[in-house]
Design a protein around this ligand. Sequence first.
Ligand SMILES: Cc1ncc(C[n+]2csc(CCO)c2C)c(N)n1
Length: 229
Amino acid sequence: MTFTDQLRKENDDIFQMIFNHPFVEGIGRGDIDKKAIEHYIKADFEYLNAFMKIYGIALAKSTNRTDIAYFHDKINFILNDEIHPHHNFCDYIGVGYEELQGHPLPPTADHYIKHMMYHAQLGSLGEIVGALLPCPWTYLEIGKELIQTYRPTEEHPFYPWISFYADSRVEKTTNDMRNLLDQYATHISPEEKLRIKDAFRKSCQLELKFWEMAYTLEEWPSQEKVNFT
Ligand SMILES: Cc1ncc(C[n+]2csc(CCO)c2C)c(N)n1
């Protein structure tokens, strides 16, 4: 069993919770509360900006041209391709993409970005990749699960979203990242492996919480919004 096979197996509980989350099931059924989609896009636009910056840090820590080219290519993919699923959601709710950009991050998205940034700034290349890998991996499996369960056709409102993530390009991103990490893990200490496992699991948990954040319209507490009595 490879190192990333082991990571996937140890985190199957969280993967299953993601597949069963009501927001994710709503994508499959083709009905999600419009406010929840709006909340998701606002946070995800900023999440993708942070993700590109972390790819940039990973690029800076790369030791060969194959890895440099990989991270360069992935920044391009987010800039030019990841906007398509966002547009699908924006069209569904009838709101312009520009209106959903530049908003402050709710607590979970803020936590997720800072978690990745922590490993990017203080960790090894392996730790960064461990923190980044659940992002393409959970979305790839969500896409595949939704295709299998709901068999969406082109009339499905989220057909572009689902087919984008079930596609071979996201599969390739996931597999390339897995190969990089598996290769890396052949020559590291048990302590570093534990740090990578911790980064990976927390990112899986934060992926789950990101769906929950959108579904519950999570906000920071403030005097006006919270009544504890
Ligand atoms: C919270 C959150 N997690 C994952 C993705 C999906 N995603 C973001 S970047 C990327 C490609 C990696 O190169 C993928 C698959 C998302 N949009 N939002």
